[in-house]
Ligand binder design. Structure first.
Ligand code: CLR
Length: 409
């Protein structure tokens, strides 16, 4: 809140606001005041997709394709709170994450009695522009999520507007089903008061290969009598155009699922649906490219509130990265992504985009969605199972060891 900012913080914030007025669209290059810096790297944010492992695997256990599509939509909506408001809730405001270096990793897993083990692999696959790719999978239930994302930002009338580029893809092996998920646009509110937080806007879709389409609309407080964090979703049958279910409410609180006009279920955040924490290795056992280990000194400096040291430690990492890029350029090599590969396009995804687009245009009378230009994310990133197996089996041990040596410790 404005009142919370006093003395030097207040004037630093004021000059920060002035500086972002002429901001160039690259969030990573924005220099924010020390007190708004987070010690969490953006590569960690992929974990927000699965803080409810039970909901993540639930669609796999459902026999009816229509209900499976509903369960996927329900799981997706349940992730929004973690993705977009958990930091404000925990830290009092949104903070500026650390800008991941190329090759930075965030690895872990969730252990859940019912769902079993769900694994997370998140990797920074591009630095300019920043792009994070992830793969989240539960082998027991054959549920696999993969995706990649970057951000395009702009500044207008005291708001940072962020468009996400990239997609998420969910696969249910047992049913040989694939779901294409697009990512919401957002903006940062509360900037003038020094307590920024995220609000979602516009719409996203989920299109399934089994013939179901969901449209999800986001609105905030300014909206005619609306509440903050409002969401309203509709699930349709692609073939008949029939509206099957609606889900509405606040993505931070409670969602009501209705069939026709009748309520069939209610989902509530909080004690009824607790989140499952991610398990990660202790720092000493982590790979040198793993986020918390690589940024440990920066994190410690931020914790201490020592901003000179924060800057010094940050620069060490950035300079080492710069030298590495220079060396690669001289040697005509490129950084080997450990788990992902860039392609020009993925046919299954294009087919889903086309299917959704056609439905949006002919049945809903809306502008069809389209894929982002691959150039915006340095390619379309896919999880490379061959690479993954090579790493897990130890066949890549030497490469992994050498990559680790490039990180300063
Ligand atoms: C990253 C991908 C996640 C969802 C997500 C949530 C919040 C977003 C973040 C993404 C990108 C970075 C972001 C952040 C909110 C604020 C932060 C836009 C899209 C910017 C860089 C911080 C601006 C600094 C002010 C707080 C001063 O799945």
């Amino acid at each position: 809140m404005a009142a919370a900012l006093t003395g030097s913080a207040k004037s630093t914030w004021a000059s920060f606001l002035k500086s972002i007025a002429s901001f160039n669209g690259d969030l990573a290059s924005m220099t924010a005041p020390p007190f708004i810096l987070s010690k969490t790297s953006l590569v960690e944010y992929s974990a927000y997709w699965t803080e409810h492992p039970k909901l993540f695997v639930a669609p796999a256990k459902e026999q009816d394709p229509e209900k499976r599509a509903l369960l996927v939509l329900k799981w997706f909506l349940s992730t929004l709170k973690q993705q977009y408001s958990s930091r404000s809730e925990k830290l009092g405001s949104e903070k500026k994450p650390l800008n991941p270096f190329l090759g930075e990793l965030f690895l872990g897993h969730w252990e859940d009695e019912e769902a079993g083990k769900t694994e997370l692999i998140s990797e920074q696959v591009s630095h300019h522009p920043p792009v994070t790719a992830y793969s989240i999978f539960n082998e027991k239930h054959g549920v696999k999520l993969q995706g990649y994302n970057g951000q395009k930002a702009g500044f207008a009338s005291m708001t940072i507007n962020v468009k996400q580029v990239g997609i998420a893809r969910l696969r249910l092996e047992k049913w040989d089903e694939e779901y294409l998920i697009t990512l919401p646009a957002l903006h940062i509110e509360g900037l003038v008061y020094g307590s920024p937080f995220v609000e979602l806007e516009k719409s996203t879709i989920i299109q399934s290969s089994s013939g179901f389409f969901a449209k999800i609309d986001y609105t905030g407080k300014g909206w005619v009598g609306g509440k903050s964090n409002s969401v309203s979703a509709e699930l349709y049958d692609n073939k008949t155009g029939k509206l099957l279910y609606t889900i509405s409410g606040q993505w931070t609180k409670e969602l009501v699922i209705k069939k026709a006009k009748t309520e069939v279920e209610r989902f509530e955040h909080g004690d009824k649906n607790p989140t499952t924490g991610l398990t990660i290795k202790p720092i000493e056992e982590q790979d040198p490219l793993e986020s918390r280990r690589a940024w440990a000194k920066v994190g410690a400096a931020i914790d201490k509130g020592d901003y000179d040291e924060t800057g010094i430690e940050k620069s060490k990492i950035e300079n080492a990265q710069r030298d590495l890029r220079k060396k690669e350029k001289e040697e005509g090599t490129t950084w080997e992504r450990r788990y992902f590969t860039a392609v020009d396009k993925v046919d299954e995804v294009d087919a889903l985009v086309e299917r959704a687009g056609k439905f949006m245009k002919t049945v809903l009378g809306l502008t069809p969605i389209s894929m982002d230009e691959p150039a915006k994310t340095n390619g379309v990133w896919v999880f490379d199972t061959k690479k993954y197996e090579d790493v897990v089996s130890g066949r890549k041990a030497e490469e992994v060891r050498r990559a680790g040596e490039t990180v300063l410790e």
